[in-house]
Design a protein around this ligand. Sequence first.
Ligand code: ATP
Length: 224
Amino acid sequence: MSKRAAKGARAIAIFGGTFDPIHCGHLIVAGAAARRFQLDEIYFVPSSRPPHKKRQELAAFAHRYAMVALACAGKARFVPSLAEAPDEADASQVFYSVDTVRRFREQHASDKIYFILGADSFLEIPIWWSYEALLDSCDFIVASRPGIRLEALRRIIPPRLLSEQKARGRNAIALRESTVHLLTSVASNVSSTDIRCRCERGASIRALVPPAVEDYIHRQALYR
Ligand code: ATP
């Protein structure tokens, strides 16, 4: 038993994304992170309007959330989250990850909190709102994506955010308040972009998304 478990503390992770749609790459990352970091729960948080993603046309939040819920069904540790659900009274509301982590911290005061994201997203983190505060706010699990070198991830972190101590191992970057863990055991090249393109041209998406998500996409005629 880990020291953390012995103390009765839990470990949870926030896995944010557009999930347009959620796919097997996301689930492989979540599963690998859960095993490696002994996570008790992973919250999949579809974002209503990601401030740093320029692409205009997203499937409706309700569809993206429904697919996340279908993908999590029957998986004890995977939890679909409405933490960034759009506010009906304020359609212009934008959610920032730094605030989402803060709200999770309020609700899970004694838990260890991780933030999961892919290497491509981590490379963009300097353009996220208040990213220095975000990097200080919890540990990160960065999943490798084909074509992105670990060195590139280290380079985007401003030196002033790094810990004075030695780096914590080959697959971890020690920051002043937190650690960025590199999850190098995953190498999935599935992407939502590819799935949307396949749907548009009528190609199969079998094995790229869970069967219930595939069924939902076809029934709702998404991405055509
Ligand atoms: P899109 O192709 O529309 O940009 P995506 O496939 O990257 O979408 P997102 O919903 O944007 O999916 O991803 C949520 C998070 O999961 C991001 O941090 C992204 O980097 C990560 N991610 C997505 N697919 C993979 C994958 N195959 N391997 C590792 N990380 C991934």
